[in-house]
Design a protein around this ligand. Structure first.
Ligand code: NAD
Ligand code: MG
Length: 386
C-alpha cells in the first residue's frame, strides 16, 4: 500500500485523482486531504477515505470542520501554515493540485522534505521553477508532471536519454479561436473563450488556452522540467489533442504519447510511476478519429507564446511577473472589464514596466507576485476608463 497526500482534493484534478484511488483502493492509503473553503465536500471525502489529517485553508471554516469530524480519529487543521505542515506529514507521494500561488509553499515543503510530488499546480514551475527544481535536486525528490503535455514528454523520455534529445514538440490544440481573424478576436465574449473544443477545464485555464497563454506557461514548465535548452522546445498546433507531445532524438526517431483527452490518464501515470495502473478512460479509437492535423503556431494572432519565451530566456522574476499579470488580466476579461486582446497586452505592459529581479526565495516570489498583480490591476483600471 502506498500513502498519498492530496492537496486540492475538491478541485478538478483532486476529484479525478480520488476517482482513480477509489477504483484501486487496495493500492492506496490516503494520508492527507486539503481544500480551500468547501467544508461540506472535504468532510464527505474525509469520511470516505479516512485520512490521518485534513486541512482547510480558510481558517474561518475550522470550527465547522472540527465539529463535523468530531468523534473520528481524523486530525483537523486550518490555515496556510497548516498546509505547509501537512506537506511534511509522512507519505509516499504528494499530489499538488491546488490552483494558483497558494500551491507554492506546500509544494516546496514537500520537495524540501524529499517527498516525490505529482505536480499539477502550474504556478509552482512557472513562477518559481528554478527554486522548485533546485529543492528537488537537493533532497532527491522526483517531480512527476501531471499536466498532460509534460506527462507525455516525461513518458517519451523513458525511451531515451535527455542528452540525446534533439527537440521536444509541445502540442497545443490552438483553442476555440484557432482559425479566427485578429479583428474578430477583439469582440469575443468570456462564454466563447471558455468553450474549449477538447478538454473540460476551469474558466481560467480555458481562457489561457484561448489566448495560447496556457501553451506559453507550459513552455516555461517544460523548460524547468526538461533541461534540453529553450531553443529545443517547439510548439506544434494539433487541433485534435490526441498526441499530447513528442520527443525527437538525435537519430531522428520521434516518440509520441497519445491518449483520449482525459486528465485521469496523465494523473494515473504520475500516481503509478514507474508502474502503470488500469484506468476507466476511453481507449483511443484511431480508425474513427481517422486523421490528425498539425500546423505551426501563428504568433502574430497569438502573441502570448512569444512573450513567454522571452520571459523565460530573460529568467529571474520575469515568468512570475508574467504569471501574476495574466491571472489579473484573465479575471478582468471574465468579469467583462477588458477585451480578449487586452489580456496579453496587459501582461506585456506589466513586464515592460517592471524592473528585472532575481528571486532567491519563495518570499521574494510572493513580493514579485503582489507587485505584478497591483501593476496589472492599474493597467486594467486604465483600460476600463478610456
Ligand atoms: P480547481 O480550481 O478545480 O481546484 C483547485 C483546488 O485548489 C481545490 O481543491 C481548491 O479547494 C484548492 N484551492 C484553491 N484556492 C486555494 C487556496 N487559496 N488555498 C488552498 N487551497 C486552495 O483547479 P484544477 O483544475 O483542479 O487545477 C489544479 C492545478 O492543476 C492548477 O494549477 C491547474 O493549472 C493545473 N492543471 C489542471 C488541469 C485540468 O485539466 N484541470 C490540467 C493541467 C494542469
Ligand atoms: Mg496542459
Amino acid at each position: 500500500m502506498r500513502r498519498l497526500s492530496l492537496f486540492g482534493a475538491t478541485g478538478s484534478v483532486g476529484q479525478s485523482t480520488l476517482d482513480l484511488v477509489r477504483r484501486d483502493g487496495e493500492a492506496w492509503r490516503v494520508s492527507v486531504l486539503t481544500a480551500n473553503s468547501d467544508v461540506g465536500e472535504l468532510v464527505r471525502l474525509a469520511l470516505e477515505f479516512r485520512p490521518e489529517l485534513v486541512v482547510i485553508a480558510d481558517e474561518a471554516r475550522y470550527g465547522e470542520l472540527k465539529e463535523a469530524l468530531a468523534g473520528t480519529n481524523i486530525g483537523v487543521a486550518a490555515g496556510a501554515e497548516a498546509l505547509i505542515a501537512a506537506a511534511k506529514h509522512p507519505t509516499d507521494l504528494v499530489m499538488a493540485a491546488i490552483v494558483g500561488t497558494a500551491g507554492l509553499a506546500p509544494t516546496m515543503a514537500a520537495l524540501e522534505a524529499g517527498v516525490d510530488v505529482a505536480l499539477a499546480n502550474k504556478e509552482a514551475l512557472v513562477s518559481s521553477g528554478e527554486l522548485m527544481t533546485a529543492a528537488a535536486r537537493k533532497s532527491g525528490a522526483t517531480i512527476l508532471p501531471v499536466d498532460s503535455e509534460h506527462n507525455a514528454i516525461f513518458q517519451c523520455l523513458a525511451g531515451g536519454r535527455i542528452d540525446q534529445v534533439r527537440r521536444i514538440m509541445l502540442t497545443a490544440s490552438g483553442g476555440p479561436f484557432r482559425t479566427m481573424s485578429a479583428a474578430d478576436m477583439a469582440h469575443v465574449t468570456p462564454a466563447q473563450a471558455v468553450a474549449h473544443p477538447n478538454w473540460s477545464m476551469g474558466a481560467k485555464i480555458s481562457v489561457d488556452s484561448a489566448t495560447m497563454m496556457n501553451k506559453g506557461l507550459e513552455l516555461i514548465e517544460a523548460h524547468h522540467l526538461f533541461p534540453v535548452g529553450l531553443d529545443r522546445i517547439e510548439i506544434l498546433v494539433h487541433p485534435q489533442s490526441v498526441i499530447h507531445s513528442l520527443v525527437e532524438y538525435v537519430d531522428c526517431s520521434t516518440l509520441a504519447q497519445l491518449g483520449s483527452p482525459d486528465m485521469r490518464i496523465p494523473i494515473s501515470s504520475a500516481l503509478a510511476w514507474p508502474q502503470r495502473m488500469a484506468t476507466p478512460c476511453a481507449p483511443l479509437d484511431l480508425a474513427s478519429i481517422a486523421r490528425l492535423d498539425f500546423e505551426a503556431p501563428d504568433e502574430t494572432r497569438f502573441p502570448a507564446t512569444a512573450l513567454c519565451r522571452a520571459a523565460i530566456s530573460e529568467g529571474g522574476a520575469r515568468p512570475a511577473q508574467l504569471n501574476a499579470a495574466n491571472e489579473v488580466a484573465v479575471a478582468a476579461f471574465l468579469a467583462g472589464r477588458i477585451s480578449f486582446p487586452a489580456i496579453v497586452d496587459t501582461v506585456r505592459r506589466v513586464i515592460d514596466a517592471a524592473a528585472p529581479a532575481v528571486p532567491a526565495s519563495l518570499q521574494d516570489i510572493f513580493s514579485v507576485d503582489a507587485a505584478s498583480r497591483a501593476a496589472a490591476q492599474h493597467f486594467v483600471d486604465q483600460l476600463e476608463h478610456v
